[in-house]
Structure formats: C-alpha cells, structure tokens
Design a protein around this ligand. Structure first.
Ligand SMILES: Nc1ncnc2c1ncn2[C@@H]1O[C@H](COP(=O)(O)OP(=O)(O)O)[C@@H](O)[C@H]1O
Ligand SMILES: [Mg+2]
Length: 360
C-alpha cells in the first residue's frame, strides 16, 4: 500500500492473437477500479513480448491496434485514472511496488499459466486462476479430457497433432469424417476469440481448416457440429464459487466467429437467457462443477451449447480470463445478478488476496 491505496498492476496486450481484445478488456477494468481505493499501474505487453510500464503504455499499444480504429466512442475514459508518465520499470523490483496484479491477458502467454507462474515465483497476489487451472483451461483438448473424467456433458471430439496431419493428410481427413461427420468444427487447442476456428462442410473446407488451425498450434481439436443455442454462465469465487444467471449469445454470423464477436457488432446478447428453470439451474450447477473440476480460481466464464433438438446442455469451453469489454458477457451477467462492475473488480481483487493468503 502507498498512501493507503492498493497498488494494482494491470497487465494488458500480450503476445497472443487476442492482444487487441485484451486492450479493450483492460480499459473496462481500469475504468472500474475505484480511484479512491486503488492506484492503477498500467503495464502493457507488446506483441513481441516487451513489457512497457513507463509513460502511458495504454496509449502506446492502442495507437497500434486495429480494433481501436473501429472502436471510437464506446464511452470509456479509463485513461482519466491511469497513472501518468514516470513509473519505474516493471518487472524489476515490482514486488516492492505492486500489491496485486490483474493479468487482463487473453490467450497463450497470458491466460495459460505462464504469467501466473511468473507471479507465483515473484510471490505477488494476482487475480484469477493459478498455473494449473490457467494452463488446463487454455487448452481445449485438456479441458475436454478432464471434464469428461468428471462425467460432464460435451460434444464428441478428438484431438490430433499437427504432425499427424502433415504426415497423413488424407487418412486423417477420412478418420475425422467417419468419426465426427460433416459439418464439423476445427480449432487450435490453445486459442480464444474464435481465432483459427472453422466450420467445415466438405473435404476442401476440412483441409483448409486443418491448415489454419495448424498455424496456431501443434494440437488440433475437431468437434462434431451441433445445432445449438449458446449459453454462458459467469462464475466467481475460490473454494466456494457462485454462478450467475445464464445469458444467451445469438451470433450475427453463421457461428460466433471473431468478426461476430468484435467487429461486425451484429450479435445479440440476452440476459437472462430465455430458457426454462430446470435448464437454467442445470447450467449454473454445471458451470460450478466445471470450475471445480478444473481447479479454477477467481473468475471464469463457462460456455454451453443447448442442443436445439434434444434440449441437452453441453459444456463447450471455459475462459479463465473472459472478455471484459464494455459489452462483454462476464460483467453483464453479474450486473444482471446484482453485482455492478466496480463491486465485481473489488471482489476479484479481494479473492486474489484470499487465495494468496490461503496458499501461503
Ligand atoms: N461443436 C460445435 N458445434 C457448433 N458450433 C460450434 C462448435 N464449436 C464451436 N462452435 C461455434 O464457434 C464459436 C467459437 O468456438 P469456441 O470453441 O467457443 O472457440 P473460442 O474459444 O475461440 O471462443 C462458438 O461460439 C460457436 O458459435
Ligand atoms: Mg467461445
């Protein structure tokens, strides 16, 4: 603490394909941290992995961000409270200068346990899941394996390696078509924001999709396509997590791809989701079970498919650092459940200190 305020280092940007999304999330979070209680120390991470902490790293990174070009006038003025020029550099000596870190990073090298490991070694409390939960949550294949072990419902899936695909492309396609059928979804195991995700209707699209996914990761996930509504539940807590109401995303494009999420602005969000009470309760319960199965902490958004035909609820994925933009589902769901943005970030920081004390 300095002058009675908690010093929060907010990490944003990062080396993943979700660099730009992170900038938007960080802006929301920095804008929500009560200036009477917190001193914000903005720390930008460039796409190359350089940490910037002097001057105004937020302005520096957003100036180079294509998402910010289409982002004018969203109403947030987080810069108003960002500590201006002259901060000493992080990470040197950061233990002495920071009380807690909020790693607002999405995707690999941020949400995947790497930064969490650094913070563990530095002995600094941080918001969100630890090394294990973050690493498993980032990898869609590992997540599926563990959720399956806990008997939680999911779509049929399989994982292949980039090497398998490169050495035997045609047998791999045949195997995928016979086991998953078409259409199917192809995804890099370690990604988010729909980066590298494709829907494949025929062999040509499958080949293209595998090539795309292989550019992002060594491990490729293939899933049976379901005709489903998409529900999302926010989870908050450590040992005794609580779940929000479920919301529904109605993608504006054929599926909820990157453009539908961040560019086209044509997707709808319905909170709470228009579903029956039994499905609502089941979604909330499954969200907590998934959170605990994966040993998550702090926060997570658990995403579901609600099969239109069978009414079956399937877990699609977990996000250990869900999007936090002004229109993102995670904070919106809490708002609808009675917890405003400012109280939500307060609670997340409290949970970071609790978990740190618990582990010490
Ligand atoms: N098995 C599937 N069946 C139907 N739609 C899917 C399937 N997998 C993914 N999708 C669509 O693709 C979107 C992105 O996939 P998802 O696994 O959630 O990746 P990300 O982590 O990038 O959000 C989903 O929101 C959904 O619209
Ligand atoms: Mg998703």
């Amino acid at each position: 603490m300095s002058n009675g305020k908690t010093r929060v280092a907010v990490l944003f940007g990062g080396q993943s394909g979700e660099h730009d999304v992170s900038l938007r999330s960080a802006r929301t979070i920095m804008g929500a941290l009560d200036p009477a209680k917190y001193e914000v120390i903005p720390v930008g991470i460039t796409r190359e992995g350089r940490w910037l902490s002097g001057g105004d790293p937020f302005a520096e990174l957003t100036a180079a961000s294509p998402l910010f070009a289409v982002d004018a006038g969203s109403g947030f003025d987080a810069n108003a409270q960002i500590v201006p020029a002259g901060r000493r550099a992080l990470p040197e000596g950061w233990q002495a200068e920071v009380d807690v870190v909020f790693p607002v990073l999405h995707g690999p090298k941020g949400e995947d346990g790497t930064v969490q490991g650094l913070l563990e070694l530095a002995g600094i409390p941080y918001v969100g899941s630890g090394v294990l939960g973050s690493a498993v949550g980032m990898d869609k294949g590992m997540t599926k394996t563990i959720l399956h072990q806990y008997g939680l419902p999911q779509v049929p899936w399989l994982v292949i390696s980039r090497r398998d695909w490169l050495t035997n492309p045609i047998p791999m396609c045949e195997m995928i078509e016979s086991q998953m059928g078409l259409p199917c979804f192809v995804k890099p195991a370690n990604m988010g924001s729909s980066v590298g995700v494709s829907k494949c209707r025929d062999r040509g699209e499958l080949l293209e999709a595998l090539e795309t996914a292989a550019r992002f990761d060594r491990r490729i996930l293939i899933e049976m396509a379901v005709d489903a509504r998409e529900l999302e539940v926010s989870v908050l807590g450590n040992e005794a997590p609580v779940a929000s109401l479920a919301g529904e995303v109605i993608p504006g494009n054929e599926f909820y791809d990157y453009a539908a999420k961040y560019i086209d602005d044509n997707s709808l969000i319905e909170i709470p989701a228009d579903i029956d009470g039994t499905t609502m309760n089941l979604a909330r319960q499954l969200a907590i079970e998934a959170f605990q199965a994966l040993d998550l902490a702090g926060l997570a958004r658990v995403d579901f498919f609600l099969n239109r035909e069978s009414g079956e609820l399937l877990i699609n994925e977990v996000n250990t650092m869900p999007g936090f933009t002004a229109i993102s589902m995670y904070p919106k769901l809490w708002e609808a459940s009675g917890l405003g943005l400012r109280e939500l970030v307060d609670r997340l920081i409290e949970l970071a200190f609790e978990r740190h004390a618990d582990r010490a």
